[in-house]
Design a protein around this ligand. Structure first.
Ligand SMILES: Cc1cc2nc3c(=O)[nH]c(=O)nc-3n(C[C@H](O)[C@H](O)[C@H](O)COP(=O)(O)OP(=O)(O)OC[C@H]3O[C@@H](n4cnc5c(N)ncnc54)[C@H](O)[C@@H]3O)c2cc1C
Length: 463
């Protein structure tokens, strides 16, 4: 027996009195628990803990801490950075039994939600009460509140409503040694001491396990409109974005870009409606308004853009059904990518002024290195976050080119998906030695035996 086997045996012994629902072993562990949606390979964990309460989770972690047992936390496994994909020797911890949603707090318009609640369930709960949870991701059916806090998820409306961090009023977290931090109140302002919740948002489960979150909801917008527009090129899209920001102000809630190759491939796949003819770059734009005057202003702004040559065709959806159809097209972009093999995603973020040179130089370098490579670009132009996806047989050469360009252009290695296991080794490209040393000090303070999601975000230190 190896040291790891002995440790696992000791762990199971110490936790033998957990209820059966809280532990899975052997064939009861489905293959789906071996990896998230990224290309990072994972292994099937030998044990999955599924605690049903904070006390159970606290006990499990205290024992793992005492035995120095590495733990990988799993939410909905929709992550795109390999963070939840188990590595050899890790036990998995699933929050899937934390599914409770408490009745909405009408005074503050907030809701207390278990970490295992799926985004779509949260959205539906809010809508039933006349509210809206503004974050939306294509993975809404499966992505969980805990995973979204841990990755600080963004999505299509981040340009207007911020990322997951901006929706959180309070969090409950269990630390590596089993300590429970619970601050789930409804106060919008509270500067009494360190605001610890931010430590757990975007740190990808490396500092603590999120069990519940109090989330602020928004009033349901009285009126939405979504437009699909055909654009001459990315430069026109960027100019239009600036103009709409001026003309529509805070009503502009989403501006997604779909490059012509992506749109044509989605149309060819035929799974969603693509109402404008292929051949142009496309934009999907949403406004949140109050009455018909706002739609008139939106239409007028688009008509001006047509006159200025920034838009060549446009279709506006005002009914819920028309809008759902148009947003399905955006989801269809991710679905199309998942049908391709040998395809690698980079979730880049670059300042608006540098985005086009970044894209053109990087594409040229990739095609020089691999003339057979194909590029697919789409994403959240409203906040400079483009999904830069490459089909290639030479992924490491392509990755070197992309990472070098990110560094040159001062961009984000990951604008919203996180670093996970996939990109942890690249952290020093975008963060200084002092920043990384500070991250390591925080990690050592909160998780001294480095049991939580080891090798994610922070690269493993040389022995
Ligand atoms: C089709 C598709 C579209 C997507 N679109 C977007 C998008 O627009 N914007 C965006 O930001 N992301 C997007 N994603 C990525 C993904 O959905 C998000 O990163 C999401 O937040 C992950 O949630 P999850 O529950 O699936 O987490 P998982 O994949 O299970 O885990 C992600 C990370 O969080 C950690 N973690 C999970 N739960 C907890 C917890 N309770 N406590 C502590 N750590 C935890 C895991 O260890 C891992 O490191 C998309 C993914 C897909 C497949």
């Amino acid at each position: 027996m190896s040291g790891a086997d002995d440790r696992l045996a000791a762990l199971m012994d110490l936790l033998a009195d957990l209820p059966p629902a809280a532990v899975l072993t052997g064939t009861s562990i489905g293959a789906g628990r071996s990896a998230d949606m990224s290309t990072t390979p994972g292994v099937r964990p030998r044990v999955v803990f599924r605690p049903g309460s904070v006390d159970e989770l606290s006990r499990i972690l205290a024992v793992c801490h005492a035995l120095h047992q590495p733990v990988v936390t799993q939410g909905g496994l929709t992550g795109l950075a390999g963070g939840a994909s188990p590595a050899e020797g890790e036990v998995a911890l699933s929050l899937e039994r934390f599914r409770a949603i408490e009745p909405l707090d009408a005074d503050t318009g907030s809701v207390l939600c278990g970490a295992g609640v799926a985004l779509a369930t949260l959205q539906a709960t809010a809508a039933n009460e006349g509210y809206r949870f503004p974050i939306d991701l294509g993975s809404r059916g499966t992505a969980t509140v805990g995973g979204m806090v841990a990755t600080n998820a963004g999505g299509i409306r981040a340009m207007r409503h911020g990322m997951m961090r901006d929706q959180i009023l309070g969090l409950e977290v269990v630390l590596a040694d089993g300590t429970v931090l619970s601050r789930l109140g409804t106060l919008a302002k509270d500067n009494s001491g360190f605001d610890l919740k931010h430590l757990f948002c975007g740190t990808e489960g490396t500092l603590g396990i999120v069990t519940r979150a109090r989330l602020a909801l928004q009033p349901q917008p009285r009126l939405n409109a979504v437009a699909l527009i055909a654009l001459p090129d990315l430069a026109a899209a960027q100019t239009l974005l600036q103009r709409l920001r001026q003309d529509l102000g805070a009503q502009l809630s989403a501006f997604e870009f779909i490059e012509r190759r992506v749109y044509a491939a989605v149309a060819a796949l035929g799974q969603v409606r693509t109402p404008l003819a292929s051949g142009s770059d496309m934009g999907l734009i949403e406004i949140e308004g109050i009455d018909g005057h706002d739609v008139d202003a939106f239409q007028a702004a688009l008509a001006d853009a047509v006159k200025a040559g920034l838009v060549t065709d446009a279709l506006i959806g005002t009914s819920a059904r028309e809008q759902d159809d148009l947003w399905a097209l955006r989801d269809g972009c991710s679905q199309m990518i998942f049908t391709l093999s040998d395809t690698w995603g980079f979730d880049i973020g670059v300042d608006a002024a540098r985005l086009r040179p970044f894209l053109s130089q990087t594409e040229a370098q990739i095609l020089t290195a691999d003339p057979d490579a194909r590029l697919w670009l789409f994403g959240h132009l409203g906040d400079g976050n483009i999904h830069f996806i490459v089909t290639t047989r030479h992924p490491s050469t392509v990755a070197d080119i992309v990472y070098a360009a990110i560094r040159r252009f001062g961009g984000a290695l990951s604008a919203e998906h996180g670093l996970g296991r996939e990109k942890a080794a690249m952290l020093s490209l975008v963060r200084s030695d002092a920043e990384i040393a500070t991250m390591r000090r925080l990690k050592a303070a909160l998780d001294p035996h480095a049991i939580l999601n080891p090798g994610r975000v922070l690269p493993a230190e040389a022995p």
